[in-house]
Ligand binder design. Sequence first.
Ligand SMILES: [Zn+2]
Length: 247
Amino acid sequence: MRLVTTDAIVLRSYNLAEADRIVVCLTRDSGLVRAVAKGARRMKSRFGAALEPYTLIRLSFHERENRDLVAMSGAEILKSNFNLSTSGESAEVLAYMGEMVVEFAPPHETDERLYRMLTACVEALAEHEGAERTITRYFEIWLLRLAGLFPDFRNCASCGVAIDLTGSTTVDVELRPYCKNCGPVNASILAPDVIRIIRASQQLSPSNFVSQHDLNERQSAEMGDLTHRLITRAIDRRPRTLVASSR
Ligand SMILES: [Zn+2]
């Protein structure tokens, strides 16, 4: 058994047997980890409040060969996000982010960029009250982008010419953008301000993005349309992959 210590963010936890909990974490160094916290439900548990969702922890665990579940040996709180997880709107956003990360993160595969993106979004939620919608759109774009599922909005998908930001842009069912000459029939339209916001999101940290962009309802809806279509498609495919690989 190898002892691993890494920074992690708790995504969810649930009860196991009488006294234990299973904790699902996204770690900086080991990807998505499912850990058994022995005795976590006892009054004097050594884990204390460290297993609350969205707490940043220094996690230690023992890897077990050929086992999906690892054995948690320590969890030291780096930052409690208890306030966030108990207030309505940010709690909803956190729950959504957690669910998406569990879907998208490959288990036990290091993805430091996903870890940094998620923790930066959680931090932005804590710093910018009322920016839940904007942070959610940012998170979705980056989740898809890190998974290689977000289209490149700089150039026409057909002829390669730079996308003109003065007019509307057409996108096909795969959400690839087209210039005025190449736009396919039955294409959807994206407003220029939305394209500009999407591009900005790719260059800014979540905190900077939120400081500079307060999405109105239309912008958020247009972007959400786009990201939700891509996410739905990605998740539809993903369960089949999981079943096949666990056989
Ligand atoms: Zn073109």
